[in-house]
Design a protein around this ligand. Structure first.
Ligand SMILES: [Zn+2]
Length: 131
């Protein structure tokens, strides 16, 4: 049985980040559908499942890889905008991020130094903040 599955999957694309995301969306739609009982979520969840399996069993690696890269790039852009990347979370532990009142330049200030005068490196404006 396992050998047959291995033979079937040989040369196929398999799972990647985008397929996992589609599966999570599918599960979310199934759960929402259980509460709302609308055909829209049922149809969307079925479509997500079909797309997910189509991608996993596809033999066109280049196209699937390109889709996954596009998804990863979009995901990274959204996470960066929301300040949720691992680097940004790590930075927030040790630094305050302030914006210059004149030019809106982001300025990183170490935490725990008390009230300090900050000089904007871009426009030279000075302002006082608690670090
Ligand atoms: Zn400035």
């Amino acid at each position: 049985m396992k050998d047959r599955l291995n033979r079937f999957m040989r040369g196929r694309y398999g799972a990647d980040e985008l397929s996992r995301f589609l599966l999570v969306l599918f599960i979310a739609c199934v759960i929402i559908n259980a509460f709302t009982r609308t055909n829209i979520f049922y149809a969307v969840s079925l479509a997500l499942l079909v797309v997910c399996y189509y991608r996993m069993f596809s033999r066109n690696h280049a196209a699937r890889y390109a889709e996954n890269q596009k998804y990863l790039s979009m995901k990274n852009r959204v996470l960066t905008k929301l300040g949720l990347t691992a680097r940004q979370r790590e930075q927030r532990k040790n630094y305050h991020i302030y914006h210059c009142p004149s030019c809106k330049q982001k300025i990183r200030i170490p935490r725990g130094k008390g009230k300090i005068c900050i000089t904007c490196p871009k426009c030279g404006r000075e302002f006082t903040k608690k670090s």
